[in-house]
Design a protein. Structure first.
Length: 327
């Protein structure tokens, strides 16, 4: 059976957080922020202001530009701390943003710099297996370290090429469909197009793409590795896999002191990796497509037959037949 959570999306992301009395920051809210005033004391930051975003998405039928929220600060050619000088936040939210970030390590540390001690970083992250990234390999630790050494401020030519060359005609609905196609999904673009996009990136253009790609296990493993290298000042608070019908994992981190021992934080992650489950106890190896009801019925009938008395009584005869037939 596909994994079904007992929590809503809001409960996963905001559990235990009093948004009425704490101060938060949402990164890249566009037209669908997680929180809105006056219900929450929330501010917004993006790579451009409201008008520039409306212009950028004017021809995108999926983005109602009149719903794009006002932006409090533009995070472009300065650090996040410079965007909000002298300010600290109780929590920071980023929904489907981290995968677009060229330098994940640097980005996570910039966020830590404006979080209060024990403040929370709340991330909604797509699982590769449920998106058009289905054909791509997971981002590696070497990828993250290299981007950090380069201090990448826009998607690199390699990131752009990998995304554009491998983006596939695949949706979360297909990921959870009862029956799966026999052949891999088709790629959207040609290699020549991917190369041309990478060349534009090399020449200085900002080509938006999914710079990083994760699954539940790869995301937790990367976090564990980064903590081992003492490259991040966080510890795991909660982690939820992408459940049936969705494409989104939920990762909630708590800011730690930069000199805090990494062992306790790593132990919490390793416990999930070893158990193979998320905070809720659901398998990290989902999504597993739902069973075809006909297949499930036949499998149940087989299990019942194999536990029946007649099956046990005829076991010697079946063994003899296998011996005679040579298998």
């Amino acid at each position: 059976m596909p994994p079904i959570s007992r929590y809503t999306r809001t409960e996963k992301l905001l559990a235990g957080l009093d948004v009425a009395t704490t101060t938060g920051l949402e990164i890249g809210p566009l037209n669908t922020p997680i929180l809105r005033p006056p219900h929450a004391r929330i501010r917004y930051v993006d790579h451009a202001d409201q008008q520039a975003l409306r212009t950028k998405y004017a021809n995108d039928p999926n983005i109602p530009i009149d719903d794009i929220v006002p932006i409090d600060a533009v995070w472009a050619n300065k650090t996040l701390a410079e965007c909000f000088p002298g300010e600290q936040f109780d929590y920071v939210i980023a929904s489907h943003v981290i995968e677009h970030v060229p330098n994940v390590i640097g980005w996570l540390n910039e966020i830590a710099a404006i979080l209060r001690p024990n403040g929370h970083l709340i991330l909604a992250i797509p699982d590769r297996r449920t998106t058009y990234d289905i054909l791509r390999r997971e981002t590696t630790l070497a990828d993250l370290v290299d981007a950090n050494f380069r201090a990448a401020s826009r998607p690199t030519p390699g990131q752009v090429f990998d995304c554009k060359a491998n983006v596939a005609a695949f949706t979360q609905q297909q990921a959870w469909a009862a029956t799966q196609p026999n052949a891999p999904p088709a790629r959207f673009a040609s290699l020549a197009y991917a190369l041309s996009q990478a060349e534009q990136s090399r020449d200085g253009a900002h080509i938006d793409c999914h710079c990083s790609v994760f699954t539940a296990r790869s995301l937790l493993s990367l976090l564990d590795n980064l903590l081992e290298l003492q490259l991040l000042p966080y510890r795991l608070e909660r982690f939820h896999i992408a459940c049936a019908g969705t494409n989104e994992m939920s990762l909630i981190l708590r800011r730690e002191s930069p000199d805090a021992a990494s062992e306790p934080a790593r132990a919490a992650i390793q416990a999930l990796l070893q158990s193979g489950t998320d905070t809720e106890g659901l398998s990290l190896d989902a999504p597993t497509p739902p069973e075809d009801p006909r297949v499930a019925h036949l499998q149940q009938a087989l299990r019942e037959m194999q536990t029946s008395t007649s099956w046990r009584i005829t076991a010697p005869l079946r063994a003899l037949i296998r011996k005679v037939r040579g298998y």
